[in-house]
Ligand binder design. Structure first.
Ligand code: SF4
Ligand code: SF4
Length: 66
């Protein structure tokens, strides 16, 4: 199943992705970058469209942090 994955190095922590997510799957970790809860994410892609930094991508599988 496709999931949103965030590139923490590009993220500017604006929070727009979080406001778009109907599943409440995104939190801004300590005000620094967006973190996606892969258990809640359904891969709809709304966060990817909303992100001005282009840091979120929809990919097959979940973020392993590698
Ligand atoms: S892909 Fe959809 S469900 Fe997943 S985090 Fe982004 S907006 Fe939320
Ligand atoms: S919209 Fe993009 S830049 Fe803004 S918090 Fe989400 S991932 Fe980071």
């Amino acid at each position: 199943m496709k999931k949103a994955i965030n590139d923490k190095n590009r993220c500017v922590a604006c929070g727009l992705c979080s406001t778009q997510c109907s599943r409440q799957a995104i939190d801004i970790y300590r005000g620094c970058y967006a973190v996606v809860d892969s258990k809640k994410c359904v891969g709809c892609g709304l966060c990817e469209k909303a992100c001005p930094a282009g840091s979120i991508k929809i990919c097959e599988g979940e973020d392993t942090g590698i």
